[in-house]
Design a protein around this ligand. Sequence first.
Ligand code: IMP
Length: 433
Amino acid sequence: MPATVIVGAQWGDEGKGKIVDLLAQHSDVVCRYNGGPNAGHTILVGDETYKLRHLPAGILSGKDCVIGAGCVVDPGSLCEELDGLEARGFSTERLHLSGNAHVVMPWHLAIDQASERRLGKLRIGTTRRGIGPTYADKSYRLGIRVQDLLDPKILRQKIEVALAEKNLWLERVYGADPVELEELAARSEEHAQRLRPYIADTSLLVDRALRDGKQVLFEGAHGTLLDIDHGTYPFVTSSPTVAGGATTGIGIGPTRIDSVLGVAKAYLTRVGEGPFPTEIEGPDQERVRELGGEYGTVTGRERRCGWLDLVGLRYAARLSGFTALALTKLDVLSAFAELPVCVRYRLPSGEETADFPAHQSDFHAAEPVYEVLPGWEEPIGEAEELSDLPDAARRYVAFVEEHLEVPVTLVGTGAERERVLSSSGGVAASLAH
Ligand code: IMP
């Protein structure tokens, strides 16, 4: 049975949660390999809406769920998420949390917030959840890991050592309030007690699942263009968001991955600062935002909206080696008579390119070159198969396939779980692509 990585192909918010939720029903284990509470998945099951931050979407289908070593965990926020799901009748017993994941501490939140304030107009527009400072401490080898929660004495010692430096930084560099040791140590111990039963050797667990022939999904958080190495730096997150991150973030070799499903919206959104060549100017931007409900799951911020960018999408397919693509929220485009799709960028030199610029200054100045496809201007929510879609909608999907040289195996036509059309072979076949 294959191991499949699911990756956001744009700037995040592609609707991965819903696709993972759907595929999780055909899987045994669902793993998160990067990021932390900066990720947000909204999943609609019947009339109920679930907003997940740390937890893999498979938790709603009662599957084994893994939060891997590549993730960062905010203990307070994870405890709230667990309590919230349990209060709604879900079991969280099958969650497994890597002892090597790093912990987001209150000073990370304080530094993220103070640093964004200080950057002013140059800010990154982070989710202010402490993500960058936590990954920075991890690389600096100063971090606190989930396994430190196993021993109250070690935990307190590590907090004390870290605070000696972090409080100086907070007070002197940022003019912010220091973090109080006793109160934090007591709160951390409470969270530790709640989280201890979940801590496990998750690399071993996933290896065994794969050896036993189980279907394992690796759920990437955020999107390709937010990748720390290959994204639109510095307007990126601090973890690898490409498919390769699944192997390091979980602790399995690249040869264990069988397929990579990219997830892209039929248009494009971005939260936070940074260049965005296909950002829509004028009232259509607001129309897309309203129709698509484009407001952040984590921060509630308005998302910037743009037309589909195939230059960016081809780049994403290259970086992660997509074997198939899920195209979500096609229904949002039903309102438009004409659909511009960006097929190339025009660079300041006048040259046109279909390849994503390797240098930031080219990308910042890139102008989109559009092909305008006809809209279908009718609702598509009732379609039960891809062949039920209006001709123009099918043409739109085929246009994406041709440009990416990747088959589109899933198409989202509405918010509900069942509003996903699949190519021949059904949803499970997407796992085998
Ligand atoms: P951070 O991850 O909070 O450090 O934020 C860095 C950048 O990534 C900001 O532009 C955020 O808006 C963006 N970002 C982080 N996570 C997500 C996500 O899940 N969806 C969309 N944007 C995100």
